[in-house]
Design a protein around this ligand. Structure first.
Ligand code: PLP
Length: 389
């Protein structure tokens, strides 16, 4: 069996690419499922450094197949799979930033990314400036000739705000900076930042791409030149997934389109239902006309996503009781898998803030975040209804 890792089946839509992208049509006797290649090293031609395959170089068959498929999904020239979403972000920053350089970042980013930016990067001589991502003037003021990277995350956790990346990309490119977008919450089914002007897109593949709560991995997609720079850092820092993780990730990826379509539809139904419920003070979901970024979301997203948040009318006192009464939806962190999950950002991503600071950025006590999986929407609504009763 040979894998076409240079040109996937062209002209296929994403629902087909997630299953077939990067793999040649099988011949009689071939396995339907791409086999796992557990071998770390591979037989090499004598007298050349070419064609050296090694698991830590992320160029073995399982990695190559996935990377071709992931590049096609994001409309990227090149793709790299790493050991985790954090590994992807850390190696990308290592590749793009040197002492004396400046990173300008959205203030609304994943907690692990914030720690990387707040402590690790300053320790290595990089200055970091955070801005309110919805304020274009703030981006304009922050981006200078020293800015090498502009980083942002959209849709935003846990408020589901959607950021218009086009004007920010224009500002960054005018200063010669590279724009990196963490699009984990949307997946390439709902949003492709490279189409909107970004240079690199990062996914925590742990979330929607794998989708089954059982693999840790990360992805960086973009131009071949930039992705190669990240790959060099990945090899040195050893941020590489093992073959089983790659194989499982490919299996999970095959259902990405059907999973995300289901989550989009069910999250919208739950959001609409919750909007009319007297015990819900506010629903955060970009698919609702009441969401502040609804018009933008309609323009830049192909689907509104499976992430939503409900603010319980009784505030923080009622949320523990609510979470304990859920029977179908699981109280757990993380997101993007087949099981629907709920958690309170005040005890997870935003635990480092005071109640007042959280409320000021739109996350009051009683704010519950949901990651909607693939269960029946009526069952999910019944579960929330029961927990509220
Ligand atoms: C989970 C997550 C990460 C980190 O990914 P890991 O795979 O856990 O390392 C980064 N960004 C976002 C938006 C995430 O949700």
């Amino acid at each position: 069996m040979t894998y076409d890792t240079t040109s996937g089946p062209s002209g296929l839509r994403r629902a087909s690419l997630v299953v077939h992208g990067g793999r040649a049509h099988g011949q009689p006797g071939d396995p339907v499922v791409a086999p796992i290649t557990q071998s770390v090293n591979h037989v090499q031609e004598v007298g050349t450094t070419d064609g050296l395959l090694y698991t830590r170089y992320a160029n073995t068959p399982n990695a190559a197949l996935l990377q071709t498929r992931l590049a096609l999904l994001d409309g990227a020239e090149s793709s790299l799979v790493l050991a985790s979403g954090m590994g992807a972000t850390a190696c990308t920053m290592r590749a793009l930033l040197a002492p004396g350089d400046q990173l300008v970042t959205s203030a609304w980013i994943y907690g692990g990314t914030r720690k990387l930016f707040d402590s690790e990067l300053p320790d290595s001589g990089v200055s970091v400036v955070s801005v309110d991502p919805l304020d274009v003037h703030a981006w304009r003021a922050a981006i200078t000739a020293h800015t090498r990277v502009v980083f942002l995350e959209t849709p935003v956790n846990p408020t589901t705000r959607v950021i218009d990346i086009r004007p920010i990309c224009d500002l960054a490119h005018a200063s010669g900076a590279v724009v990196v977008v963490d699009a984990t919450f949307a997946s390439p089914i709902n949003f492709r930042p490279l189409e909107q002007g970004a240079d690199l897109v990062i996914h925590s593949a742990t979330k929607y791409l794998n989708g089954h709560h059982d693999v840790l991995a990360g992805v960086v997609n973009g131009s071949a030149a930039l992705v190669e720079r990240v790959r060099q850092k990945m090899m040195i820092w050893g941020q590489v997934p093992d073959p089983l993780a790659l194989w499982l990730l490919e299996r999970g990826l095959k259902t990405l389109d059907v999973r995300v379509q289901r989550s989009n539809a069910s999250a919208l139904r739950l959001a609409e239902w919750a909007s009319a419920h007297p015990k819900i003070a506010r629903v955060h979901y970009p698919g609702l006309p009441s969401h502040p970024d609804h018009a933008l979301a309609r323009r830049v997203l192909d689907g509104f996503g499976g992430m939503l948040a409900l603010e319980l009318a009784d505030g923080g006192d009622s949320s523990s009781r609510f979470l304990r009464r859920l029977r179908l939806i699981t109280h757990a962190t993380s997101l993007g898998g087949v099981d629907s999950l709920a958690c309170e950002p005040r005890y997870t991503s935003h635990a480092h803030m005071t109640s007042e600071t959280r409320a000021a950025i739109g996350i009051p006590d009683g704010f519950v975040r949901f990651s909607i999986g693939v269960e029946d929407a009526d069952d999910l609504i019944a579960d929330v209804a029961h927990a509220l009763s």
